[in-house]
Write a new protein. Structure first.
Lengths: 514, 198
């Protein structure tokens, strides 16, 4: 602190002290005014109203004039000290020197401590001492002011009593002087501190204004936070509800996935069983194919044999045809012979007719003609027999040919049927191969299905793990949401507390500002 | 210095106080020389210096000058007693009795009271009671008796009011003459007037 500051500080303290004294003067003048009336109460029963009122008004009038013209100055304090001590004396007058009234002296001196000025105390002590001494003197001398006598002690007026009272007054005055000095120092110290504080506060004024604006902003922010945290809390509660729904859905999904996993596991097992069955089928089909192949081979051999049989039958048929053809020639021959025999017979008949006409001369001829006719008849009969034989042969040949033809036809039929059979076998073989191929394909498909089932199973397992992870995540989210709700509630609470704190802060700021 | 309305009013009030004070000191004429009061005295039952019972009945039909003291007192009492003797001599009226009440019944027995009073006027009546009775009466008269002793150990003294009371024939205190207001001529004049009134 430089000299300037010190001077300023001292001036400030002196100013404050003057301010204080103005207040104190006001207080003491009011106190003195009150004395005028209060003392009158004490006169009741003593008949001393005049004795008290006249000096009371005198003292108060002087005091009031001093106050009007010199308030806040040392002279006022000294007059007031004198006045208040005079009221002590007046009060003692009022009750005709009653000993207890002397207590007023001590009380009044204590009131003067309000000035924190030891001069006032000393003045008061001196006043009361002088008044007592003087009054004692005038009492001894029986003096009075106007018509009013001066009475201080009502029970003798020895100097020893004055001295006794004086000791107490001096003692109290000493104590009060000590305290007045101490209080004055205290006052100076406090004011200096206050000045320092005020300077500091002036410096801090800008900070206070900044703080105020920050406080206002903070209040606004807190309001926003409060509103938002309420919204967040509401949303978080909704979210918590959604999360519960999600959790339930996930649990359902997980159970579905588990069911899927179980089903796919069954599917996989069944596919594997099916695969095994397919393997059996393929094996069976392969065997069937082999058997068909063998059958085919046998069929081919049979076919060739049948063809040979057919050829033979064809040869037989052609032979029969040849025989038939020969028969037809023979028949033609027979028929020619027959015709010849017929013609011979006819010629013999004609020769007998001619021999009969030639009468006896033709007899000998008629007999040869007859014989020739008979021979012709025999020949005809033989031819007839031969023809019948031939007819039987032909019949048999025809029958044989028929049988052969039937046999050929049967063979042909067989061959045609056989070829059908063979074709069927071949077809069957092809079908069988195709079936094997299909079975193989099916097997592959089944294996694919099994793999897929395995994959699905694996996937579902992973899905289940993922679901569990999701579930734990969801539960974590739920916990976090709850925490969030709690935190947002806390935030709301904190915001509210902060609100009240900032309100307080605001009030404090306002107070600080004012 | 600015003279505001308030200040002017205050100055006027101060001047009024001072003027009124001066009037009271010098201009005002009070009815009595002594301090005027009006208080009835009751329940007095003491013994006089002859050993007779003294009740408030004896206060009635007669005016009284009353003083509290004790025979061993060498401060206030002898002066007041002397003044009372002088008053007694100046007022010959048989309608006046002078009563001396001892406030030290421990030391003042009836005998010593009688011896003490014989030194003054024959009209003096000494009264004695128990400490409680004395206290009860002194309270009625606003007499202060200190219990602080001072002076020689062989003759301890205590402080008490040195007032002289005029009690009328209705057993009512009419005037009080404290120390400093015991001008004999003025008192005699006033008391004669008061006796006449009653």
């Amino acid at each position: 602190m430089d000299t300037n500051d010190l001077t300023q500080s001292l001036q400030y303290v002196a100013g404050k002290f003057r301010e204080e004294n103005l207040k104190n003067d006001k207080f003491i003048i009011a106190l003195l005014f009150a004395h005028v009336f209060l003392i009158q109460i004490f006169t009741i029963g003593y008949g001393t109203w005049l004795l008290a009122l006249a000096p009371s008004l005198l003292v108060f009038g002087i005091s009031l004039l001093t106050y009007i013209f010199f308030k806040g100055r040392m002279i006022t304090r000294l007059v007031f000290s004198f006045a208040i001590m005079s009221f002590s004396s007046i009060l003692i007058f009022a009750q005709l020197g009653r000993l207890e009234m002397h207590f007023h002296v001590f009380s009044a001196m204590a009131f003067l401590l309000v000035y924190r000025d030891y001069f006032t105390i000393i003045t008061a002590a001196a006043t009361i001492a002088v008044q007592h001494a003087a009054s004692n003197l005038v009492q001894e001398l029986g003096l009075s002011i106007g018509k009013i006598p001066l009475v201080v002690f009502n029970y003798g007026h020895g100097w020893d009593i004055v001295f006794l009272h004086a000791i107490f007054v001096i003692f109290e005055a000493a104590v009060l002087v000590y305290f007045s000095i101490k209080m004055k120092n205290q006052f100076i110290k406090e004011r200096k501190e206050y000045l320092d504080l005020k300077n500091m506060m002036d410096r801090n004024e800008q900070i206070v204004l900044d703080m105020e604006s920050i406080t206002n902003q903070t209040i606004e922010t807190i309001d926003t936070v409060n509103t938002n945290s309420n919204l967040i809390a509401a949303e978080a509660e909704k979210q918590a509800a959604s999360i519960e729904e999600i959790t339930a859905a996930i649990e359902e999904i997980t159970s579905s996935v588990e069911s899927i996993a179980k089903n796919t596991r069954n599917q996989s097992n069944e596919a594997k069983d099916l695969n095994n069955l397919m393997d059996g089928m393929i094996l069976l089909n392969t065997t069937v194919a082999e058997k068909i192949e063998n059958s085919n081979k046998i069929l081919r051999e049979t076919e060739s044999k049948i063809n040979i049989g057919e050829e033979i039958l064809d040869k037989m048929s052609s032979s029969i045809t040849n025989i038939e053809n020969t028969y037809d020639g023979m028949k033609e021959i027979m028929e020619g012979i027959q015709e010849i025999a017929d013609r011979i017979n006819l010629l013999s008949l004609n020769a007998s007719i001619e021999a009969a006409r030639a009468g006896q001369f033709g007899r000998g001829f008629a007999i040869v003609a007859d014989e020739i006719s008979k021979l012709a008849d025999n020949t005809a009969v033989s031819i007839k027999e031969s023809s019948s034989l031939l007819q039987q042969i032909k019949k048999q040949l025809t029958s044989s040919s028929q049988v052969t033809n039937e046999g050929v036809e049967t063979f042909s039929d067989i061959i045609s049927k056989f070829s059908i059979v063979r074709k069927e076998v071949i077809d069957f073989s092809e079908v069988s191969e195709k079936q094997i191929q299909n079975f193989t394909k099916m097997k592959h498909k089944i294996l694919d299905v099994a793999h897929m089932a395995d994959d699905i199973q694996h996937s579902t397992y992973e899905q289940k793990l993922s679901m569990n992870e999701i579930l734990s995540s969801v539960s974590f989210v739920n916990e976090n949401t709850n925490l969030f709700v709690q935190k947002s509630n806390n935030l709301t609470f904190v915001a509210q507390s902060a609100d009240s704190i900032t309100s307080k802060l605001k009030i404090a700021m306002d107070t600080l500002k004012s | 210095m600015k003279f505001t309305m308030k200040k002017v009013l205050m100055i006027l009030f101060a001047l009024f106080c001072l003027t009124f004070s001066l009037y009271l000191f010098f201009g005002y004429k009070s009815k009595f020389y002594g301090l005027e009061v009006s208080r009835s005295i009751q329940n007095i039952a003491l013994l006089d210096h002859e050993g007779n019972l003294f009740t408030e009945a004896k206060l009635k039909n007669k005016n009284s000058l009353l003083f509290f003291g004790y025979t061993k007192c060498y401060t206030v009492c002898p002066v007041s007693m002397k003044k009372l003797e002088m008053i007694s001599k100046k007022i010959k009226s048989s309608n006046l009795q002078i009563i001396y009440i001892t406030i030290d019944p421990n030391r003042d027995d009836i005998e010593s009271l009688k011896i003490y009073l014989e030194r003054f006027d024959h009209r003096f009546i000494g009264l004695r009671g128990t400490s409680e009775e004395i206290q009860q009466i002194s309270k009625q008269f606003n007499v202060q008796i200190s219990n602080v002793f001072f002076g020689d150990k062989s003759n301890p003294q205590f402080e008490h009011s040195g007032n002289i009371y005029f009690v009328d024939s209705n057993a009512k205190i009419k005037t009080i003459y404290p120390l400093g207001m015991q001008d004999i001529d003025k008192m005699v004049k006033e008391i004669q007037g008061l006796i006449k009134e009653s």
